[in-house]
Design a protein around this ligand. Structure first.
Ligand code: SF4
Length: 316
């Protein structure tokens, strides 16, 4: 691990000012992904700004009838919140499908959104990887790609986004609130938060340098049956091959987002019009234009079958 300096921020203004002063700084909260990346020298920040003391650790009702989730709310606490379990069951289930109990105790809401891909070549510094080192190539395209993306990828990168929580938040139309140096605040719809790789796979999200996530807001609950199903190689502590987050209303309409198949939580609102027609129609719409590799082509069938199981469960 490279040497770095460290400070504890005591206010959001102090945190973003420190980030503005040190261009190669990173915010750290739970550190469940960042510390691994630093040990492997994939991330080499010269300065860490600890934001654990900023007080963003509460889940609060909004005047609009939704919930504002502080950026530092731990995944375990969010999954167990009675309002989340009652009104946003999809989110609670997705959180509990992620990582391990120990990691969920430490991992935060903002950190979960920002976690980086688990593409094996990204973690192997002896291999070419455009995301880790822009312009170096992509070892995965002709390599081991079983876990990787079938839609939304590019010729530069076929990595998937690893979060379960973000898939549920995409289905719930969450928004991400931030603060920047100078105190500028903004709200980013989660649909626009994660970027597709295009020719710049190292640019993974909409955050600007020094911009800090303060909270994630859920709109008022939409009712319906909430189902999250994750298909993976072992029963726990594994990333999704395919996951499906669905909210299904009594009349068969609803929302669907996919995990494990794309560089970002994958939701196409236009595909949801197909929900009353069944899983095959929804899967065809969600996966239109898919470009699987020989190793991950199975995901196309797996999406349809998982969707079928989810829609069947939602109707039961
Ligand atoms: Fe790197 Fe993306 Fe290629 Fe994986 S898929 S090796 S993360 S460029």
């Amino acid at each position: 691990m490279k040497a770095f300096t460290y400070e504890r921020a005591t206010s959001p203004a102090q945190a973003v000012a420190a980030a503005a002063r040190a261009p190669n700084a990173r915010f750290i909260a739970g550190g469940t992904n960042l510390l691994d990346l630093m040990k492997l020298e994939i991330e080499t920040p010269q300065h860490l700004i600890d934001v654990n003391g900023l007080g963003f650790d509460k889940v609060e009702a909004t005047p609009q009838g939704g919930l504002r989730i502080g950026a530092l709310v731990r995944n375990t606490d969010l999954a167990a919140d009675t309002r989340v379990r009652r009104d946003y069951g999809l989110l609670s289930r997705a959180l509990l499908a992620g990582a391990s109990a120990q990691l969920r105790n430490k991992a935060t809401t903002a950190g979960n959104l920002l976690q980086r891909t688990r593409c094996p070549y990204f973690y192997d510094t002896a291999q070419a990887c455009n995301k880790r080192k822009p312009g170096s190539g992509c070892s995965a395209i002709a390599g081991v790609s079983r876990q990787l993306a079938v839609v939304g990828a590019s010729e530069a990168c076929i990595a998937t986004h690893p979060s379960d929580m973000a898939v549920a938040m995409r289905a719930l139309d969450a928004t991400v609130e931030t603060v920047r140096p100078g105190g500028v605040r903004r709200t980013i719809p989660i649909a626009d938060f994660h970027k597709l790789p295009g020719s710049t796979p190292h640019a993974e999200n909409a955050l600007l340098p020094g911009e800090l996530i303060t909270s994630v807001t859920l709109p008022p609950p939409v009712g319906g049956k909430h189902v999250y199903q994750k298909v993976r190689d072992r029963a726990s502590y594994a990333f999704a091959l395919v996951s499906v987050a669905a909210i299904v209303q009594r009349d068969g309409t609803g929302r669907v987002a996919l995990g494990g198949v794309a560089p970002k939580p994958w939701r196409l609102e236009s595909a949801e019009a197909q929900m009353p027609r069944g899983a095959a129609a929804v899967a065809a719409a969600l996966l239109a234009g898919a470009k699987p590799t020989g190793q991950n082509e199975f995901k196309l069938t797996l999406v349809e079958r998982t969707l079928d199981a989810v829609l069947t469960e939602a109707r039961s």
